[in-house]
Design a protein around this ligand. Structure first.
Ligand SMILES: *Cc1c(COP(=O)(O)O)cnc(C)c1O
Length: 463
């Protein structure tokens, strides 16, 4: 007998209380935070879906490993365990630890990218784009057309547009410094990339002599989708699939705060000797020596174990199903979300949910505020606030206005998910009364982290 119910594949050994607040208390907290959920105190949040980054629960095995952390400045045992794990999974020769994913990006781009050069990506994540632009280089997104239409169902919506890639490689060849594939495609809805697409991108890059890198933050979730959806992979393990995927590339940047199952950490891994040497020099300048890269020995231990835990089948089945379960409830209720649900998050399509709020009143930002006000749930806008500001200072509406509900790993259970669904269904009844917001104050880059806002029409929910 095979039972159908998918359970959380863990039992709970340590608990952390979460705190209920009243809507009145949350209204005060919102105003104090300049209507920016990044500026809230975490203790004022009931369920925190701001990000799945570094917010996961570690396993007893990871914690035990941390007690073995070797804190030697150079040549620590923990580094060699970390290096062996990364090499075993990715096959890349040079493994450079960094304190998180964006540090790997900065070290890579800061070492190899010249002003005016181009980086191609299915969709650049916000920090990836910012780190490319910091070098006065150009970050170009070339997702498949289906990738920018929330309602369109496609099994591998994270794929790169191969025709666009080939055209750009031919026309802009000399300016293109490298090609990246983000797996899964976070900013495009957490959508996976197929092995077939990976292979084709790799082939085109080889033909044109361009380095091909993964932004590998969710490589394990991507492997799970390939196993579920791509012909020929049903009987392969996520580890085997991940190894095949990495075998087509020249390197990767990684945030271990995602599929590294750690609270902090990341790495840059690559094959090219010359680039590795440049990157190691940059690393020593700003991150730390090459065997710790800004991490403690115990962090390296947690990541070495976590990379394998992220690839366990019962874990991946539970994780992807939890996200899909919330997506199903919302879809049945008629709440528009990015279809199909991605790996780490449900993305509400705020443009469709709040059609009367124009892009310059940031509909997804407004909806994320209402979700907090009504239910104490913290989400994040992935829309015009995050992406609308152009390098030249102009404002341009983002392709999609999304509210991302990201699931921390191994943290919440099904009753938490049921509560989230109930709150959203309640908000659906208020949707005609939800009002836009305006920006009061903003920094020059990555403005979503610290900009301050106010309701554009006096209140978030009209009477
Ligand atoms: C989180 C993330 C990054 C950056 O990693 P940090 O650890 O947050 O610096 C880069 N790319 C993608 C796709 C991500 O999800």
């Amino acid at each position: 007998m095979e039972f159908k119910t998918i359970i959380e594949p863990f039992r709970i050994k340590v608990v952390e209380p979460i705190r209920h607040t009243t809507p009145a208390e949350r209204a005060v907290a919102l105003e104090a935070a300049g209507y920016n959920l990044f500026l809230l105190k975490a203790e004022d949040v009931l369920i925190d879906l701001l990000t799945d980054s570094g917010t996961g629960a570690m396993s007893s095995r990871q914690m035990a490993g941390m007690m073995l952390g070797d804190e030697s400045y150079a040549g620590a045992t923990s580094f060699y365990k970390f290096e062996a794990a990364v090499r075993d999974i990715t096959g890349f020769r040079h493994v450079i630890p960094t304190h998180q994913g964006r540090a790997a990006e900065r070290v890579l781009f800061g070492s190899v990218l010249e002003p005016g050069e181009i980086v191609l990506n299915n969709t650049h994540f916000d920090t990836t784009r910012a780190n490319v632009e910091k070098q006065q280089a150009i970050a170009r997104d070339i997702p498949i057309p289906e990738g920018t239409h929330p309602e369109v169902i496609h099994p591998f919506k994270g794929n790169m547009d191969l025709a666009a890639l080939e055209k750009l490689l031919k026309e802009d060849g000399p300016r293109i410094r490298l090609v990246m594939l983000t797996v899964t495609n976070n900013s495009g809805g957490g959508q996976p990339v197929s092995m077939e697409n990976v292979r084709a991108v790799s082939r085109l890059c080889r033909t044109h002599g361009k380095p091909f890198f993964f932004d590998a933050c969710r490589f394990a979730e991507n492997a799970w989708f390939i196993k579920q959806r791509e012909p020929g992979y049903a009987d392969r393990s996520p580890l085997e699939i991940a190894r095949e995927m990495f075998s087509y590339a020249d390197g990767c940047t990684m945030s271990a705060k995602k599929d590294g199952m750690a609270n902090i950490g990341g790495f840059l891994a690559l094959n090219d000797e010359n680039w590795a040497q440049k990157c190691k020099n940059t690393l020593i300048l700003t991150e730390g020596f090459i065997t710790y890269g800004g991490l403690a020995g115990y962090d390296l231990e947690a990541i070495a174990a976590g990379l394998y835990e992220a690839l366990q089948e019962d874990y991946l089945r539970y994780r992807i199903r939890s996200v899909e379960y919330l997506g199903e409830i919302l879809t049945q209720a008629g709440i528009p979300i990015v279809q199909p649900t991605g790996g780490h998050a449900v993305y509400i399509d705020a443009k469709a949910f709040l059609p009367d709020i124009p892009p310059n009143e940031y509909p997804a930002w407004a909806l994320s505020l209402v979700l907090y006000l009504v239910g104490g749930i913290r989400s994040v806008e992935v829309g015009t606030v995050m992406f609308g500001r152009q390098p030249d200072g102009r404002e341009k509406p983002a392709a999609m206005e999304l509210v991302r509900l990201a699931f921390p790993r191994r943290v919440y259970t099904q009753s938490h998910v049921d509560y989230i669904a109930e709150v959203l269904l309640h908000i659906q009844g208020l949707r005609e009364r939800i009002q836009g917001v305006r920006i009061v104050e903003e920094p020059p880059a990555l403005r979503h982290f610290s900009a301050r806002f106010a309701p554009a029409h006096g209140t978030l929910i009209a009477d």
